[in-house]
Design a protein around this ligand. Structure first.
Ligand code: AMP
Length: 145
């Protein structure tokens, strides 16, 4: 199974924020979308970086409450790890584990953003796979296959 199969179920929407926005804006945007990370993009399509809840926590731990008035661009990760729709879910899981990241934007072959996969999406997908495998084995054992 590949990244495209997850996108087909969850959709292609990506929550973004501009690098000039403040961390306070980012916190509100994370809440409004119910997500744990935002792709940072000044034009809504080109990726400038990624900002996760962890970056906000790190910034507040370092600077206190005034961090909320500083720009997203100063707290984001600028070297963004991405994947492609054809990548396998196993490869994506390995990427998340090795790099210790929980969010990976998906880029089409022409570089356009095609969605974002979170570790929660991967877990949901894997649990679904295991449940249907389990049901198939039960049916097989009981001679219903
Ligand atoms: P996360 O585990 O996704 O909440 O993020 C942990 C750290 O990794 C934060 O500093 C993020 O900015 C960074 N990060 C998250 N996703 C990516 C990604 N796809 N590429 C690069 N850095 C990332």
């Amino acid at each position: 199974m590949n990244v495209q199969s997850i996108l087909s179920t969850k959709g292609t929407a990506v929550a973004t924020i501009a690098s000039e926005a403040t961390l306070s804006d980012a916190v509100a945007t994370l809440r409004d979308h119910g997500v744990g990370a935002l792709v940072v993009s000044d034009d809504g399509s080109t990726i400038n970086g990624i900002l996760s809840e962890r970056d906000v926590v790190r910034s507040i731990a370092a600077h206190g409450a005034p961090a909320l008035d500083t720009a997203v661009g100063a707290a984001m990760s600028a070297n963004v790890v991405t994947c492609q729709p054809a990548d396998t879910v196993d490869r994506l899981m390995a990427m998340m584990t090795e790099r210790r990241i929980r969010h990976v934007p998906v880029l089409d072959s022409d570089g356009t953003m095609a969605g974002i996969i979170s570790i929660g999406d991967v877990v949901k997908f894997r649990v679904g796979e295991l449940e249907s495998e389990n049901a198939n084995l039960h049916n097989y054992i009981q001679g219903r296959a």
